[in-house]
Design a protein around this ligand. Structure first.
Ligand code: UDP
Ligand code: MG
Length: 322
Protein backbone atom coordinates (compact mmCIF):
# COMPACT_ATOMS: atom_id res chain seq x y z
CA UNK A 1 0.00 0.00 0.00
CA UNK A 2 2.00 2.90 -1.28
CA UNK A 3 1.91 6.61 -0.73
CA UNK A 4 0.28 8.25 -3.72
CA UNK A 5 0.97 11.88 -4.58
CA UNK A 6 -1.17 13.63 -7.18
CA UNK A 7 0.56 16.54 -8.87
CA UNK A 8 -1.65 19.18 -10.44
CA UNK A 9 -0.23 22.25 -12.18
CA UNK A 10 -2.55 25.25 -12.00
CA UNK A 11 -2.45 28.45 -13.98
CA UNK A 12 -5.32 30.85 -13.32
CA UNK A 13 -7.61 28.02 -12.26
CA UNK A 14 -9.73 29.74 -9.60
CA UNK A 15 -12.96 28.66 -11.32
CA UNK A 16 -12.16 24.95 -11.21
CA UNK A 17 -10.07 24.48 -8.09
CA UNK A 18 -12.87 24.20 -5.50
CA UNK A 19 -14.59 21.47 -7.53
CA UNK A 20 -11.38 19.71 -8.56
CA UNK A 21 -10.09 19.62 -5.00
CA UNK A 22 -13.30 18.23 -3.52
CA UNK A 23 -13.67 15.55 -6.19
CA UNK A 24 -10.09 14.45 -5.88
CA UNK A 25 -10.27 14.42 -2.10
CA UNK A 26 -13.26 12.11 -2.29
CA UNK A 27 -11.39 9.84 -4.66
CA UNK A 28 -8.32 9.74 -2.43
CA UNK A 29 -10.47 8.99 0.63
CA UNK A 30 -12.25 6.23 -1.26
CA UNK A 31 -8.95 4.65 -2.29
CA UNK A 32 -7.61 4.90 1.25
CA UNK A 33 -10.72 3.22 2.65
CA UNK A 34 -10.39 0.47 0.05
CA UNK A 35 -6.83 -0.02 1.26
CA UNK A 36 -5.34 0.65 -2.16
CA UNK A 37 -3.20 3.60 -1.12
CA UNK A 38 -1.64 4.75 2.12
CA UNK A 39 -3.49 7.24 4.36
CA UNK A 40 -0.45 9.46 3.98
CA UNK A 41 -1.22 10.10 0.32
CA UNK A 42 -1.31 13.72 -0.79
CA UNK A 43 -2.55 16.07 -3.47
CA UNK A 44 0.01 18.68 -4.51
CA UNK A 45 -1.09 21.77 -6.42
CA UNK A 46 1.63 23.66 -8.25
CA UNK A 47 0.72 27.30 -8.74
CA UNK A 48 2.35 28.37 -11.98
CA UNK A 49 2.47 32.12 -11.40
CA UNK A 50 -1.30 32.60 -11.56
CA UNK A 51 -2.62 36.14 -11.64
CA UNK A 52 -5.92 35.28 -9.98
CA UNK A 53 -6.92 33.78 -6.63
CA UNK A 54 -5.42 30.34 -7.35
CA UNK A 55 -2.70 30.47 -4.72
CA UNK A 56 -5.06 31.80 -2.04
CA UNK A 57 -7.42 28.94 -2.75
CA UNK A 58 -4.57 26.43 -2.52
CA UNK A 59 -3.41 27.94 0.78
CA UNK A 60 -6.93 27.77 2.19
CA UNK A 61 -7.26 24.13 1.10
CA UNK A 62 -4.00 23.29 2.85
CA UNK A 63 -5.18 25.01 6.04
CA UNK A 64 -8.40 23.07 5.94
CA UNK A 65 -7.03 19.63 5.18
CA UNK A 66 -3.41 18.49 5.25
CA UNK A 67 -4.09 16.12 2.35
CA UNK A 68 -3.66 19.21 0.15
CA UNK A 69 -0.23 20.67 -0.35
CA UNK A 70 0.95 23.58 -2.46
CA UNK A 71 4.02 24.68 -4.36
CA UNK A 72 4.15 28.30 -5.45
CA UNK A 73 6.37 29.12 -8.42
CA UNK A 74 7.94 32.58 -8.56
CA UNK A 75 6.40 33.32 -11.95
CA UNK A 76 4.65 31.60 -14.82
CA UNK A 77 7.08 28.93 -16.01
CA UNK A 78 4.77 27.04 -18.33
CA UNK A 79 2.84 23.83 -17.89
CA UNK A 80 5.76 21.41 -18.44
CA UNK A 81 8.06 23.18 -16.02
CA UNK A 82 5.34 23.50 -13.41
CA UNK A 83 4.66 19.80 -13.73
CA UNK A 84 8.34 18.94 -13.42
CA UNK A 85 8.64 21.16 -10.34
CA UNK A 86 5.85 19.15 -8.74
CA UNK A 87 7.22 15.76 -9.76
CA UNK A 88 10.74 16.53 -8.59
CA UNK A 89 9.43 17.80 -5.27
CA UNK A 90 7.30 14.76 -4.52
CA UNK A 91 9.73 12.12 -5.79
CA UNK A 92 11.45 11.92 -2.41
CA UNK A 93 8.22 11.37 -0.47
CA UNK A 94 5.95 9.28 -2.64
CA UNK A 95 5.86 5.67 -3.76
CA UNK A 96 3.97 6.66 -6.87
CA UNK A 97 2.69 9.88 -8.31
CA UNK A 98 -0.02 10.77 -10.76
CA UNK A 99 0.14 13.96 -12.78
CA UNK A 100 -3.07 15.48 -14.04
CA UNK A 101 -4.67 18.71 -15.23
CA UNK A 102 -6.60 20.98 -12.91
CA UNK A 103 -9.64 21.30 -15.13
CA UNK A 104 -11.13 17.80 -14.58
CA UNK A 105 -10.64 16.88 -18.25
CA UNK A 106 -8.66 13.90 -17.07
CA UNK A 107 -11.24 11.49 -15.65
CA UNK A 108 -10.27 10.97 -12.02
CA UNK A 109 -11.94 7.56 -11.98
CA UNK A 110 -8.96 6.31 -13.99
CA UNK A 111 -6.80 6.84 -10.89
CA UNK A 112 -8.01 3.59 -9.40
CA UNK A 113 -7.07 1.60 -12.50
CA UNK A 114 -3.67 3.28 -12.54
CA UNK A 115 -3.10 2.34 -8.93
CA UNK A 116 -4.17 -1.24 -9.64
CA UNK A 117 -1.61 -1.42 -12.44
CA UNK A 118 1.01 0.08 -10.16
CA UNK A 119 0.21 -2.50 -7.50
CA UNK A 120 0.56 -5.14 -10.23
CA UNK A 121 4.13 -4.02 -10.75
CA UNK A 122 3.97 -1.43 -13.53
CA UNK A 123 6.25 1.56 -13.10
CA UNK A 124 4.64 3.84 -15.65
CA UNK A 125 0.93 3.90 -16.49
CA UNK A 126 -0.16 6.15 -19.34
CA UNK A 127 -3.63 7.64 -19.43
CA UNK A 128 -4.80 7.49 -23.03
CA UNK A 129 -7.91 9.21 -24.39
CA UNK A 130 -10.25 6.65 -25.84
CA UNK A 131 -12.07 9.32 -27.83
CA UNK A 132 -12.08 13.02 -28.22
CA UNK A 133 -15.80 13.56 -28.65
CA UNK A 134 -15.85 16.50 -26.27
CA UNK A 135 -12.94 18.36 -27.81
CA UNK A 136 -13.79 20.92 -30.45
CA UNK A 137 -13.29 19.77 -34.03
CA UNK A 138 -10.37 22.16 -34.34
CA UNK A 139 -8.62 20.94 -31.20
CA UNK A 140 -9.10 17.31 -32.21
CA UNK A 141 -7.77 17.74 -35.73
CA UNK A 142 -4.78 19.84 -34.68
CA UNK A 143 -3.92 17.55 -31.80
CA UNK A 144 -4.28 14.33 -33.78
CA UNK A 145 -2.25 15.60 -36.71
CA UNK A 146 0.38 16.65 -34.21
CA UNK A 147 0.67 13.10 -32.84
CA UNK A 148 0.89 11.76 -36.40
CA UNK A 149 3.57 14.30 -37.32
CA UNK A 150 5.58 13.42 -34.22
CA UNK A 151 5.42 9.79 -35.20
CA UNK A 152 6.51 10.58 -38.74
CA UNK A 153 9.46 12.54 -37.45
CA UNK A 154 10.60 9.64 -35.35
CA UNK A 155 9.78 11.15 -31.96
CA UNK A 156 8.41 8.33 -29.86
CA UNK A 157 5.32 9.32 -27.95
CA UNK A 158 2.26 7.43 -26.77
CA UNK A 159 -0.61 8.18 -29.16
CA UNK A 160 -3.32 10.36 -27.61
CA UNK A 161 -1.57 10.49 -24.27
CA UNK A 162 -1.06 13.89 -22.70
CA UNK A 163 0.31 14.34 -19.21
CA UNK A 164 -2.11 12.20 -17.27
CA UNK A 165 0.07 9.36 -16.05
CA UNK A 166 1.30 7.46 -13.05
CA UNK A 167 4.98 7.10 -12.36
CA UNK A 168 6.61 5.05 -9.65
CA UNK A 169 9.25 6.49 -7.37
CA UNK A 170 12.07 4.84 -9.28
CA UNK A 171 10.71 6.08 -12.60
CA UNK A 172 10.70 9.59 -11.15
CA UNK A 173 14.24 9.12 -9.89
CA UNK A 174 15.28 8.08 -13.39
CA UNK A 175 13.43 11.04 -14.87
CA UNK A 176 15.39 13.36 -12.61
CA UNK A 177 18.57 12.22 -14.39
CA UNK A 178 17.43 13.90 -17.58
CA UNK A 179 19.05 17.31 -17.68
CA UNK A 180 17.01 18.91 -20.41
CA UNK A 181 15.87 22.48 -20.32
CA UNK A 182 13.61 22.12 -23.36
CA UNK A 183 11.04 20.02 -21.63
CA UNK A 184 8.60 17.77 -23.39
CA UNK A 185 7.73 15.33 -20.67
CA UNK A 186 5.48 13.02 -22.64
CA UNK A 187 8.41 12.35 -24.95
CA UNK A 188 10.97 11.82 -22.21
CA UNK A 189 8.95 9.46 -20.04
CA UNK A 190 9.03 6.63 -22.63
CA UNK A 191 12.83 7.02 -22.72
CA UNK A 192 12.94 6.27 -19.01
CA UNK A 193 11.82 2.73 -19.74
CA UNK A 194 10.59 0.26 -17.08
CA UNK A 195 7.44 -1.78 -17.38
CA UNK A 196 4.60 0.36 -18.59
CA UNK A 197 0.94 -0.02 -19.41
CA UNK A 198 -2.01 1.99 -20.64
CA UNK A 199 -5.31 2.94 -19.07
CA UNK A 200 -8.06 4.30 -21.32
CA UNK A 201 -10.33 7.12 -20.24
CA UNK A 202 -12.79 9.46 -21.81
CA UNK A 203 -11.61 13.00 -22.06
CA UNK A 204 -14.22 15.27 -20.51
CA UNK A 205 -14.91 18.88 -21.27
CA UNK A 206 -13.09 21.53 -19.30
CA UNK A 207 -15.13 21.90 -16.09
CA UNK A 208 -14.94 25.71 -16.06
CA UNK A 209 -12.69 28.52 -17.16
CA UNK A 210 -10.80 28.71 -20.43
CA UNK A 211 -8.06 26.64 -21.99
CA UNK A 212 -4.64 27.93 -21.01
CA UNK A 213 -3.31 26.63 -24.31
CA UNK A 214 -4.29 29.07 -27.03
CA UNK A 215 -3.23 28.27 -30.60
CA UNK A 216 0.02 30.20 -30.26
CA UNK A 217 1.10 28.17 -27.22
CA UNK A 218 -0.06 24.95 -28.88
CA UNK A 219 2.12 25.57 -31.94
CA UNK A 220 5.17 26.45 -29.88
CA UNK A 221 4.53 23.33 -27.77
CA UNK A 222 4.43 21.22 -30.93
CA UNK A 223 7.66 22.76 -32.23
CA UNK A 224 9.20 22.17 -28.82
CA UNK A 225 8.16 18.53 -28.94
CA UNK A 226 9.62 17.93 -32.36
CA UNK A 227 12.87 19.83 -31.89
CA UNK A 228 13.57 18.44 -28.46
CA UNK A 229 12.99 14.82 -29.43
CA UNK A 230 14.09 14.53 -33.01
CA UNK A 231 16.93 15.69 -35.20
CA UNK A 232 15.15 14.37 -38.25
CA UNK A 233 14.45 17.84 -39.70
CA UNK A 234 18.24 18.23 -40.07
CA UNK A 235 18.48 14.94 -41.89
CA UNK A 236 15.75 16.17 -44.19
CA UNK A 237 18.05 19.04 -45.27
CA UNK A 238 20.75 16.55 -46.22
CA UNK A 239 18.20 14.49 -48.14
CA UNK A 240 16.96 17.56 -49.98
CA UNK A 241 20.56 18.50 -50.86
CA UNK A 242 21.26 15.08 -52.30
CA UNK A 243 18.02 15.25 -54.28
CA UNK A 244 18.89 18.66 -55.73
CA UNK A 245 22.36 17.43 -56.58
CA UNK A 246 20.85 14.55 -58.55
CA UNK A 247 18.57 17.01 -60.32
CA UNK A 248 21.69 18.96 -61.25
CA UNK A 249 23.09 15.88 -62.97
CA UNK A 250 19.90 15.63 -65.02
CA UNK A 251 20.15 19.33 -65.80
CA UNK A 252 23.77 18.71 -66.79
CA UNK A 253 22.74 16.12 -69.36
CA UNK A 254 19.84 18.22 -70.58
CA UNK A 255 21.85 21.42 -70.97
CA UNK A 256 24.71 19.65 -72.74
CA UNK A 257 22.17 18.26 -75.18
CA UNK A 258 20.75 21.74 -75.72
CA UNK A 259 24.27 23.11 -76.12
CA UNK A 260 25.33 20.58 -78.72
CA UNK A 261 22.11 20.93 -80.70
CA UNK A 262 22.80 24.67 -80.75
CA UNK A 263 19.61 25.71 -78.93
CA UNK A 264 21.29 27.89 -76.33
CA UNK A 265 22.39 31.46 -75.86
CA UNK A 266 26.02 31.94 -74.81
CA UNK A 267 26.52 31.46 -71.09
CA UNK A 268 23.20 29.68 -70.42
CA UNK A 269 24.69 26.23 -69.92
CA UNK A 270 27.25 27.23 -67.32
CA UNK A 271 24.79 29.47 -65.46
CA UNK A 272 22.06 26.84 -65.18
CA UNK A 273 24.52 24.13 -64.27
CA UNK A 274 26.25 26.08 -61.55
CA UNK A 275 22.96 27.19 -59.98
CA UNK A 276 21.80 23.59 -59.56
CA UNK A 277 25.12 22.01 -58.69
CA UNK A 278 26.14 24.66 -56.18
CA UNK A 279 22.62 24.75 -54.72
CA UNK A 280 22.77 21.03 -54.10
CA UNK A 281 26.25 21.14 -52.65
CA UNK A 282 25.34 24.00 -50.28
CA UNK A 283 22.33 22.04 -49.06
CA UNK A 284 24.43 18.93 -48.46
CA UNK A 285 27.02 20.99 -46.57
CA UNK A 286 24.32 22.59 -44.45
CA UNK A 287 23.02 19.13 -43.71
CA UNK A 288 26.45 17.90 -42.68
CA UNK A 289 26.95 20.88 -40.37
CA UNK A 290 23.43 20.28 -39.10
CA UNK A 291 24.26 16.68 -38.26
CA UNK A 292 27.05 17.86 -36.00
CA UNK A 293 24.90 20.54 -34.43
CA UNK A 294 22.29 17.86 -33.85
CA UNK A 295 24.90 15.77 -32.07
CA UNK A 296 26.02 18.74 -29.98
CA UNK A 297 22.39 19.41 -29.16
CA UNK A 298 21.84 15.88 -27.93
CA UNK A 299 25.11 15.96 -25.97
CA UNK A 300 24.16 19.17 -24.16
CA UNK A 301 20.95 17.55 -22.98
CA UNK A 302 23.04 15.40 -20.72
CA UNK A 303 20.63 12.52 -20.85
CA UNK A 304 21.50 9.41 -18.89
CA UNK A 305 22.98 6.76 -21.14
CA UNK A 306 21.46 3.92 -19.20
CA UNK A 307 19.01 3.33 -16.38
CA UNK A 308 19.32 0.20 -14.28
CA UNK A 309 16.08 -1.54 -13.39
CA UNK A 310 17.39 -4.17 -11.04
CA UNK A 311 20.64 -5.57 -9.81
CA UNK A 312 21.42 -9.06 -8.61
CA UNK A 313 24.44 -9.08 -6.40
CA UNK A 314 25.49 -9.10 -2.81
CA UNK A 315 27.44 -5.82 -2.59
CA UNK A 316 24.80 -3.57 -1.08
CA UNK A 317 26.81 -0.41 -1.73
CA UNK A 318 26.90 -1.06 -5.47
CA UNK A 319 23.19 -0.85 -5.85
CA UNK A 320 23.00 2.91 -6.05
CA UNK A 321 19.79 4.73 -5.46
CA UNK A 322 17.31 2.60 -7.29
N1 UDP B 1 -1.04 25.20 -17.04
C1 UDP B 1 0.05 25.65 -16.31
N2 UDP B 1 0.81 26.65 -16.80
C2 UDP B 1 0.56 27.24 -18.02
C3 UDP B 1 -0.53 26.75 -18.78
C4 UDP B 1 -1.32 25.72 -18.27
O1 UDP B 1 0.31 25.15 -15.22
O2 UDP B 1 1.29 28.15 -18.41
C5 UDP B 1 -1.87 24.09 -16.51
C6 UDP B 1 -3.37 24.38 -16.45
O3 UDP B 1 -3.70 25.03 -15.25
C7 UDP B 1 -3.96 22.98 -16.53
C8 UDP B 1 -2.97 22.23 -17.40
O4 UDP B 1 -1.77 23.01 -17.40
O5 UDP B 1 -3.99 22.33 -15.26
C9 UDP B 1 -3.46 22.04 -18.82
O6 UDP B 1 -3.89 23.26 -19.37
P1 UDP B 1 -5.27 23.42 -20.15
O7 UDP B 1 -6.31 22.57 -19.54
O8 UDP B 1 -5.60 24.86 -20.26
O9 UDP B 1 -4.87 22.86 -21.59
P2 UDP B 1 -5.82 22.08 -22.63
O10 UDP B 1 -6.50 21.00 -21.87
O11 UDP B 1 -6.76 23.10 -23.16
O12 UDP B 1 -4.86 21.56 -23.65
MG1 MG C 1 -7.51 21.19 -20.20
Amino acid sequence: MGKLYCVIPCYNEQEVLPETSSRIREKIEELISKGKISPESRVVFVNDGSKDETWNIISALHEENPVFQGINLSKNMGHQNALLAGLMTVKDYCDACISMDADLQDDINAIEQMIDKFNDGFDVVYGVRSKRATDTFFKRVTAESFYKLMEGLGAKTVYNHADYRLMSKRALMALSEFGEVNLFLRGIVPMVGFKSDIVYYERAERFAGESKYPLKKMISFAVQGITSLSTKPIKMITGLGVLIFFVSILVFIYSLARYFTGHTVAGWTTTVLSVWAIGGLIMISLGVIGEYIGKIYLETKNRPRYIIESYLGDEEENRGDL
